[in-house]
Ligand binder design. Structure first.
Ligand SMILES: [Zn+2]
Length: 61
């Protein structure tokens, strides 16, 4: 089964870009992306850094 639990495509404005949950009282912004919690901010940052490393590896290769 290819079931994706976190689908943020239909809900990118109202919901967290990382986990797809609706926002509570607080929302965090990272690179113009709205996130629901610091945990998601950390995850988002890690993913951005991973993407950056990936791109850099291609550039160097
Ligand atoms: Zn979240």
């Amino acid at each position: 089964m290819n079931d994706r639990p976190y689908s943020s495509q239909h809900c990118s404005v109202q919901c967290c870009a990382m986990c797809g949950r609706r926002f509570g009282l607080v929302r965090y912004y990272r690179w113009r992306t709205a996130l629901c919690s610091k945990k998601c901010v950390v995850r988002f940052k890690e993913r951005q850094e991973a993407d950056h490393n990936w791109l850099r590896a291609i550039a160097n290769g």
